[in-house]
Design a binder for this molecule. Structure first.
Ligand code: DX5
Ligand code: ZN
Length: 221
């Protein structure tokens, strides 16, 4: 049986003056997770939010927080985001140094561990940690900004990754999340390629009818 498709609206596209309100609305309308994009202005050119906001919004939220840190020093800060309330902590494979150690430390604190991979990074950089990951975030745009165009070659990467997980019998245990340019035009092929979680910023928060947006992403109606 196929896993149910999960939708994680990205707060990056919400109204910064009303994060609490927008997040509540998303979960009332049926979002599965909240996706938080933490950007440090170094790993990516953009700068967003940090630990205090994650903590404040955790207190308001009743669905899992998927915290995607785009930072140069994930080994130093990841556990602080777990302490702030991250249910999934997703670190960049490009800047982590002790990935194996960090995954175990995240799990020890009771959270799920994920790795994000940029469009230009070879998939084999994940190979050694595939037995331990709970989630892989396949970046389908170059990270840093919302509203970018989906990179079509990402579909091949999703398929390859799914096959790698199947070989290890981990395709149910480790979710594939796709992040960037997910919308009505791209969602079906992303799901068909093997995604389990769709991150949607612009498409969800920019939609007039957010319930319809969720249904479209889930392939319903
Ligand atoms: C990009 C972020 C994404 C972003 C997606 O660096 O990791 O999560 O919010 O935004 P959309 O859905 O607008 O492409
Ligand atoms: Zn993200």
């Amino acid at each position: 049986m196929k896993n149910k498709i999960l939708v994680a609206p990205s707060l990056l596209a919400a109204d910064p003056l009303h994060f609490g309100r927008d997040l509540k609305e998303a979960e009332d309308l049926g979002a599965d997770w909240h996706h938080f994009d933490v950007m440090d202005g170094h790993f990516v050119p953009n700068l967003t939010y940090g630990i205090p906001l994650v903590k404040a919004l955790k207190a308001k939220s009743s669905i899992p927080l998927d915290v995607h840190i785009m930072v140069n020093n994930p080994d130093q800060v990841a556990l602080d985001y777990v302490a702030a309330g991250a249910d999934y902590l997703v670190f960049p494979i490009e800047t982590v140094i002790h990935s194996h150690r960090l995954i175990h430390a995240i799990k020890e604190k009771g959270a799920k561990a994920g790795a994000a991979i940029n469009p230009g990074t070879p998939l084999h950089s994940l190979e050694a940690i595939l037995p331990y990951l709970d989630l892989i975030n396949v970046m389908s745009v170059n990270p840093g900004f919302g509203g970018q165009k989906f990179i079509p070659e990402s579909l091949t990467r999703i398929r390859q990754l799914k096959a790698m997980l199947k070989d290890l019998k981990r395709d149910k245990a480790c979710l594939i999340e796709v992040d960037g340019g997910v919308n009505a035009e791209t969602a079906a092929s992303i799901v068909e390629a093997g995604a389990d979680v769709l991150v949607a910023g612009t498409f969800f928060y920019g939609a007039k009818d957010k319930v319809a947006a969720l249904n479209t992403l889930r392939g319903i109606g």
